[in-house]
Design a protein around this ligand. Structure first.
Ligand code: NAD
Length: 474
């Protein structure tokens, strides 16, 4: 396997100030030691990105588009190898990992198409005294910080628009999953990205070292995907130099099954919405609100489907639920379930941590009251609390009663009722009669404390562009 473990700065693979072990969470064994960056390497990455910024901004959009298109082709050709690597360092099953690679590659294809279509504007001013010329320019050096749950897609969702826009980058992946990010950096090098445009660091002291990067006036943009907690810290860090921020943060998605829903379709959708990535997705359905008249049927069928999943190491044949990314993350999930049971939840299936070294937790369905503490938390694992509701208004009120607003799911047979409900739900994205909506061609992002800005779609490239207005005397 093409395993890169060095830092990548100014087009060179270099050693840093130490190493960080990367584990296979399904066995607990070390699979690689990756170089870590000290202050010196972090600042060298800023130097390289800044030095490359001017010429990259001037490069032809078509040239940047073709680099992205080549990166797409390489990623598709090597999809199985990348999926295996994701599964090894993240714990997710191979089919989920392969799905992620295809999704991740699509960001390169989409933004290769967007690179040559940036719109501008030229108009006569209403008073007729001048012409209004509006154009877009790359923001400049961008720090990209990604989480462990989608190590490929969260990187390409940022690298794609940054390259399309003409921004240079410093990529910092999660410490749990740096190998996939390194593989993507290697793809970008092979696709012909000029030196200095994309730099890779894994700081040995994340907070203080990245704080220094965000206090260097040459850095103009932060694109962060991760928890709301860390997002808040970074938003404060960015306030000192008024750095542009794009934040894709945590979720706590409600999944509403209205009384006229097709229950088999709702169960199939619930399985995708809850169990894609073993439940560790920001879009994962986190709370199931089911109308009283269909609650028994939904819960029985959903629990049977959850119970039927084969839990095994991600690369085992037929594995449907892999391990969590670490024992620490798995223990967090177990603690949420235990607290929920202590406050009155009943376990319908799952709910017990298995013996052994791997970070496994079984598919779990809980029946809970509306006030149960688990409904306020992002579970980030294969656990589904089910709550009964009586009216649509009540379901909407419960759904909106959290600090998050990333995505909400609705199942109903009445499209008008579905759209009314979708409009009333406080979320950046709504899945109507679907278990998944993520699409590189659509704007992804949240409201409330789930984030600022949008990735993908026509909006995605604008997270890396400034708008410039030129008033022209004529
Ligand atoms: P996290 O916030 O702990 O870490 C995310 C990244 O930030 C990692 O690379 C981490 O090393 C880095 N980081 C941590 N502290 C930092 C600091 N002080 N300064 C700079 N960087 C710092 O999140 P995680 O556990 O890796 O990922 C899970 C979270 O990500 C969940 O809350 C999930 O909902 C969220 N997420 C959101 C989206 C989205 O698009 N909205 C997508 C995927 C994951």
């Amino acid at each position: 396997m093409n395993l890169k473990t060095d830092l990548y700065i100014n087009g060179e693979w270099v050693k840093g100030n130490g190493t960080l072990p990367v584990y296979d969470p399904s066995t607990g064994k070390v699979i690689a030691d990756v170089q870590t960056a000290g202050d010196e390497e972090c600042m060298a990455a800023v130097d390289a990105a800044f030095a490359a910024q001017k010429s990259f901004a001037k490069s032809a959009p078509r040239v940047r588009a073709e680099i992205l298109r080549r990166a797409f082709d390489i990623m598709i050709a090597e999809a199985d190898e990348i999926a295996k690597l994701i599964s090894m360092e993240n714990g997710k099953v191979f089919s989920d990992a392969k799905g992620e690679v295809m999704y991740a590659a699509e960001f390169f294809r989409w933004f290769s198409e967007e690179a040559v279509r940036t719109p501008g504007d030229f108009r006569k001013s209403p008073s007729g005294d001048k012409r209004i010329l509006v154009t877009h320019q790359p923001i400049g050096v961008s720090l990209l910080i990604t989480p462990w749950n989608f190590p490929a897609a969260m990187a390409t969702r940022k690298i794609g628009p940054a390259v399309a826009a003409g921004c240079t980058m410093i990529l910092k992946p999660a410490g749990e999953t740096p190998l996939t990010a390194l593989y993507i950096v290697d793809i970008m090098e092979r696709a012909g990205l000029p030196k200095g445009v994309l730099n890779f660091v894994l700081p040995s002291k994340t907070g203080p070292m990245l704080s220094k990067v965000l206090h260097d006036p040459r850095v103009r943009n932060l694109s962060f995907t991760g928890s709301t907690e860390v997002g808040r810290v970074l938003l404060k860090e960015c306030s000192d130099l008024v750095i542009r921020t794009s934040l894709e943060l945590g979720g706590n998605a409600p999944f509403l099954v209205l009384d006229d829903a097709d229950i088999d379709a709702a169960v199939a959708g619930a399985m995708v919405a809850k169990m894609r990535n073993g439940g560790s997705a920001c879009t994962a359905a986190n709370r199931f609100y089911v109308a009283r008249s269909v609650a028994d049927e939904f819960t029985t069928k959903f629990s049977a489907a959850m119970q039927g999943l084969k839990m095994a190491p991600g690369l085992d044949d037929g594995a449907q639920l892999g391990s969590s990314v670490s024992v620490k993350e798995r223990n967090k999930i177990a603690a949420l379930v235990d607290a929920s049971v202590s406050s009155g939840a009943s376990v319908i299936t799952g709910g017990k941590t298995p013996e052994g070294d791997g970070a496994f937790y079984p598919a779990t369905v809980l029946k809970v009251e509306k006030s149960n503490s688990i409904l306020k938390q992002e579970i980030f694992g294969p656990v589904a609390p089910v709550v009964i509701f009586d009216t649509d208004e009540e379901a909407i009120e419960l759904a909106n009663d959290v600090e998050y607003g990333l995505i909400s799911y609705v199942y109903t047979s009445d499209l008008a009722r579905g759209i009314r409900t979708a409009e009333a739900l406080e979320a950046g994205m709504i899945a109507l009669n679907r278990g998944v909506v993520s699409d590189p061609a659509a704007p992804f992002g949240g409201v409330k404390q789930s984030g600022l800005g949008r990735e993908g779609g026509f909006a995605g490239i604008h997270e890396f562009l400034e708008t410039k207005y030129i008033g022209v005397e004529i």
